[in-house]
Design a protein around this ligand. Structure first.
Ligand code: FHN
Length: 423
């Protein structure tokens, strides 16, 4: 046993060349669409409805019969994402309720077998993404409220399932690996697996090594990430921060993490909910969303922005409109984000910087004065230009740093971008 344990601890993951290439692509992509969609959307009360309304499994299992998304149009979703300037989509293949959104062979608790709709939406989406050159990730919940061998933390405190707290975790993990195998063999190139839910049973043996090796063997290019709110484990390819800019330590930050080690991503919802919520009309504003995207880039992270489609398969019109506005903004300013890396400065109260080759983009998100002093990072500046209209910006370099003069009337309340060309 000791030897086995030792072997586990020593596993050293060597990402394949295509994996490293995909990591680079990921770092350049900057913006993705997160989709939380499942049978829960029928109730319009978010994806945690089973737990929150304490619905017993037997009752919840009646829900798929009401899920008939006849208006679902993969083409329209992918076009919406593309028009928003997004480069990838991450969709829930299975959320905590255990319902599979594809034609799973190892469980008939899936969209093809249990709903009047009867079609494999992941397949349709994967085909459309491939056509349109949008990459597709699967969000996969490790926590499973329905599988008899996943024993949740119980009906007190943790998650409500209305069933006993026992089972054979290994059997559950075999099932999970079998479902992952289906997703990684039947849907073409998968950009990655986005795990969530391990936090439910922090001390369980999740057999991560086995699962991660399986994924890397089936699709060496696929990127593995997990929303476990801890420092990355061996076998992971990117690090995610839920509702959190890296390092802002509310969720997803761990002091032991090595900053900059893996590509990063932060996710947020467009309103307050992940899954469709009828009562949620607290949509974020255009300004908030654009600034979040810019800040994420300044923190060297992608922004994965979530929508929860309605039970009919359509996306709320308010969300379509907001995404369109982001896309319009990106048409003008995308150059200052795509393909850049965060820095050279760390985030400031006034905003962030992004960089690409011999250019640095100063994104001023909140500033009221006609000049701004930024610290110097040891490089000399050749020119400074207001990105929006290419007019020159006066600057002064001295021992205090770089002072940029910004004509007040040119300050943009969303993002005033100053392009610095380096010598
Ligand atoms: O419990 C889930 C939640 O439903 C949602 O999927 C988010 C997305 O990041 N993650 C979990 C909470 O950490």
């Amino acid at each position: 046993l000791f030897l086995l344990h030792g072997a586990y601890a020593q596993w050293k993951y060597e990402p394949s060349p295509e994996n490293l290439k995909n990591r680079e692509w990921f770092q350049q992509a900057k913006f993705g669409l997160f989709i939380h969609w499942g049978v829960y959307s029928v109730l319009g009360d978010g994806e945690w409805v089973m737990h929150q309304q304490q619905i017993p499994i037997k009752t919840y299992e009646k829900l798929p019969a009401f899920f008939n998304p006849t208006e679902f149009d993969a083409k329209a979703w992918v076009k919406m994402a593309k028009d928003a300037g997004m480069k990838y989509i991450t969709i829930t293949s299975k959320h905590h309720d255990g319902f599979a959104m594809w034609d799973s062979k190892v469980s008939d608790y899936n969209i093809v077998k249990r709903t009047p709709y009867g079609k494999d939406v992941l397949k349709m989406l994967a085909d459309e993404c491939r056509k349109e050159d949008i990459k597709l990730f699967f969000y996969h919940s490790q926590l499973d409220w329905r599988h008899p061998d996943y024993f949740p933390r119980g009906n007190t405190g943790g998650n409500y399932t209305g069933r006993p707290d026992r089972g054979d975790m290994n059997k559950y993990l075999d099932y999970m690996d079998a479902q992952l195998t289906e997703l990684l063999t039947g849907y073409g190139d998968v950009a990655g697996i986005w795990f969530d839910g391990m936090w439910d049973k922090k001390d369980a043996d999740w057999r991560l090594e086995k699962t991660y090796k399986l994924i890397h063997q089936l699709q060496p290019g696929a990127l593995v990430g997990s929303n476990h709110h801890r420092a990355p484990y061996e076998g992971e390819d990117f690090q995610m921060f839920e509702k959190d800019l890296p390092g802002h330590n509310t969720t997803g930050f761990s002091p032991e993490q090595k900053i900059g080690m893996l590509p990063r991503e932060t996710c947020e919802t467009i309103n307050q909910s992940w899954g469709f919520n009828l009562k949620d009309d607290r949509h974020k504003s255009r300004k908030e969303l654009i600034q979040y995207l810019v800040k994420a880039a300044g923190y060297d992270a992608n922004f994965l922005l979530n929508v929860g489609p309605m039970p009919n398969g359509k996306i709320q019109p308010e969300h379509i409109e907001l995404l369109k506005q982001m896309g319009d903004w990106l048409k003008q300013y995308g150059e200052t984000l795509y393909g850049t890396r965060g820095g050279p400065l760390t985030a400031r109260d006034w905003g962030v910087t992004t960089q690409k080759e011999n250019k640095v983009y100063v994104h001023i998100l909140k500033w009221y004065d006609a000049s701004l002093l930024i610290p110097s990072w040891g490089k000399k500046i050749k020119s400074a230009t207001l990105f929006a209209d290419k007019t020159p910006v006066k600057f002064l370099e001295n021992q205090y740093g770089i002072t940029l003069s910004i004509p007040k009337e040119k300050l943009d309340e969303v993002d005033t971008v100053i392009e610095l060309e380096l010598k």
